[in-house]
Design a protein around this ligand. Structure first.
Ligand SMILES: Nc1ncnc2c1ncn2[C@@H]1O[C@H](COP(=O)(O)OP(=O)(O)OP(=O)(O)O)[C@@H](O)[C@H]1O
Length: 261
């Protein structure tokens, strides 16, 4: 089994708006090792979310490759080429990689209970009845919510509780990789801290690998093993959080750090 869980090779994404086209992501390459947490930082519009959407196959790459190596996958090569994957392979990949977004309420169907949403992928796997209920209750508990939350609708919980439920849903199939795109940004500082503690616990307990997109360099420092700094679609700097925060090579990174101090 390779030590690498995900490899992004020379990713490029060109968007076209009217007659104009521009590269929102260009020449982006990185590797994520198993169990590692990789932070992606950069000013607004630098291409962080586009990278997240490329590596999850939510957006097709204009150029480049995304190679995913889930350890439990039954493919012959052990690799799923996300950039070339069709629906069937993407579904296979989503059993091992999941995303958590900034606005949790928007990612749940307002007409269905949280328990329904959390259990969806389990039901798709044929799990039902008492087994399903027990699994949903356990996921809620793992994420610091009581089983009673299963019967609530998204509008009946706070932003922090909804984000916990979104993490519970993402964890339903015990993924190896969680991609958090500004997952704590809409929450107040106290709730943010609780969600970070939950993610730290999950990393320790489940050996989860995480790609953590965040504006807050203090959170990145606390949580990540390595950090990528993005500017105008390109990676301008890579290093450990300490290297990036305490001895940034690029003026852009220094400005980014100063802007949050
Ligand atoms: N579907 C799209 N069509 C056209 N342009 C897009 C599209 N999605 C994103 N963009 C543009 O691509 C650039 C990168 O956007 P992206 O959302 O990846 O940035 P970001 O670093 O995640 O920003 P933020 O921190 O504000 O979320 C921006 O200029 C954005 O306007």
């Amino acid at each position: 089994m390779t030590e690498i869980l995900l490899k992004a090779e020379k990713l490029k994404k060109v968007f076209t708006a009217g007659k104009k086209s521009f590269a929102a992501v260009d020449e982006v390459s990185f590797e994520l090792k198993r169990g590692q947490c990789l932070g992606i930082v950069g000013e607004s519009g630098s291409g962080k979310s586009t990278v997240a959407r490329l590596i999850t196959g939510l957006l097709p790459c204009t150029e480049g490759k995304v190679l995913f190596y889930p350890s439990s996958e039954g493919t012959e090569s052990g690799c799923i080429d996300i950039s070339q994957a069709g629906i069937r392979q993407l579904k296979q990949a989503y059993r091992h990689m999941q995303m958590v977004f900034q606005m949790p309420a928007e990612s749940f169907d307002p007409r269905r209970t949280l328990g329904d949403g959390i259990g969806e992928s389990l039901r798709n796997m044929g799990i039902k009845g008492t087994e399903l209920k027990t699994k949903v209750d356990n996921l809620l508990e793992l994420c610091g919510l009581t089983p009673e939350f299963a019967s609530r609708y998204p509008h009946q919980v706070s932003g922090g509780q909804c984000q916990r439920a979104a993490i519970a849903r993402a964890l339903a199939l015990d993924p190896e990789l969680l991609i958090c795109d500004e997952a704590t940004s809409a929450l107040d500082v106290t709730v943010q801290k609780q969600i970070m503690e939950l993610l730290i616990k999950l990393r320790q307990k489940n050996g989860l690998s995480v790609i953590f997109i965040c504006h807050d360099l203090a959170l990145v420092q606390m949580f990540c093993d390595r950090v990528i700094v993005m500017k105008q679609g390109k990676i301008v700097e890579t290093g450990t959080p300490e290297e990036i925060i305490w001895s940034p090579r690029e003026e852009y990174t220094r400005n980014l750090i100063e802007s949050v101090l």
